[in-house]
Design a protein around this ligand. Structure first.
Ligand code: FES
Ligand SMILES: [Fe+2]
Length: 368
């Protein structure tokens, strides 16, 4: 079967601008894990389409706003995360938990700063909801709740995050390619034998079940390797509530990815489309603790954590090479890709993309 997004869809700056508005400002977007906002005054900054969004902890309450000062439009928080007062670094305006500027240096020097005017200077608020230990935001004021957006994946994700253990590593990289190339790469295992010959392929990952729900999809692929060492390792986590066939991978449209190996090691990934051909990937890795009384020693856990982080980094770099190669080539054609049955989730992703992009005609849609 043929894909539904033509090559032009990955290298057309007009389409990219539309994606920012129609996908990344209207959809629920994964921002961070709750641990990043655990303390009062913790903040996180995340891009969402054309906006930068800040999320803050106000004495336990999480709120999100567009990251633009009402005075003369400086970014209020410039770092991706931190802890500190809700204060603009330019002239020192401070804001309250409703986004209203309550501290204005040399206030009498401003004419007409009545309480009504000050209320009108409140920051633009952004919708915020949680799914388990994950924080999501949506720039567009109205729309479906996060639960409605995710459908049946909401409770699956909730259970996964409740049982994923502690974060053991975080890895950020910038890929010189369109964000859709990165998403599509994660939606199929067809490339594993070639691209991940020394990593994933060694685990004997095979094509298993998949599901397409709403705009999202998942796959649950068994590992072939069932040796003694593996058996002993799995036995140490027998009480885990999440039992997958092997490698379970979930894509929440447009750009959130979560996976787990056996319900023991978890990967949470956010993609930030920085430009038409530039994508930042933020990868968090979590590892569940062994069952009480399990034979695994704490020192062994340290080695396992290190190995998991190392493996994750290697796989991401292997994927980066092919994703960037696609970007370099895709501008030289205007055809539509051929997809195998194993790449069915990509077709589903294309359909979701077309649905959200609405009337914007792609080359593929024009041909149909
Ligand atoms: S721009 Fe923020 S206080 Fe002036
Ligand atoms: Fe891959």
């Amino acid at each position: 079967m043929k894909g539904l997004i033509s090559a032009k869809g990955y290298c057309d700056s007009g389409l990219f601008a539309s994606e920012e508005e129609l996908l990344f400002e209207r959809s629920w977007r994964f921002a961070c894990v709750l641990d990043d906002l655990a303390a009062d005054n913790d903040y996180v900054v995340v891009p969402a389409g054309r906006k930068s969004v800040l999320i803050r902890n106000f004495k336990g309450q999480l709120r999100a706003f567009v990251n633009v000062c009402s005075h003369r439009f400086s970014q209020i928080h410039c770092e991706p995360r931190g802890n500190g007062p809700f204060r603009c670094p330019y002239h020192g305006w401070t804001y309250d938990s409703a986004g209203v500027p309550t501290g204005i240096p040399a206030r009498p020097k401003f004419e007409n700063l009545s309480p009504e005017v000050i209320c009108g200077l409140a920051l633009q608020s952004v919708a915020l909801e949680q799914c388990g230990r994950l924080v999501f935001i949506r720039v567009k004021e109205s729309g479906p709740s996060l639960r409605e957006w995710m459908g049946e994946y909401f409770s699956i994700l909730e259970t996964m995050t409740d049982n994923m253990g502690r974060e053991i590593g975080r890895f950020e990289m910038e890929l010189a390619c369109n964000w859709k190339i990165v998403v599509e790469n994660t939606l199929e295992g067809y490339h594993i034998g070639f691209v991940h010959a020394e990593t994933f392929a060694k685990l004997g990952l095979t094509f298993g079940d998949y599901g397409l729900h709403g705009m999202h999809s998942h796959a649950d692929s068994p590992f072939d390797r069932q040796d003694r060492k593996n058996h002993d390792f799995l036995a140490s986590f027998d009480a885990r509530p999440v039992h997958t066939k092997g490698y379970y991978h979930l894509h929440i449209f447009p750009a959130f990815l979560m996976s787990t190996s056996h319900g023991i090691v978890y990967s949470v990934q956010r993609l930030d489309p920085l430009a038409l051909d530039r994508t930042r990937l933020v990868s968090h890795l979590f590892h569940r603790e062994p069952d009480p009384g399990a034979k695994i020693k704490p020192m062994m856990m340290g080695i396992l954590h290190e190995a998991a982080c190392d493996f994750n980094r290697k796989v991401l770099i292997e994927d980066q090479v092919v994703c960037e190669s696609v970007q370099r080539a895709v501008g030289q054609t205007n055809s539509v890709g051929m997809l195998s049955d194993e790449e069915i989730r990509i077709i589903h992703f294309h359909r979701s993309w077309l649905e959200c992009m609405g009337a914007i005609p792609t080359e593929a849609a024009k041909k149909e």
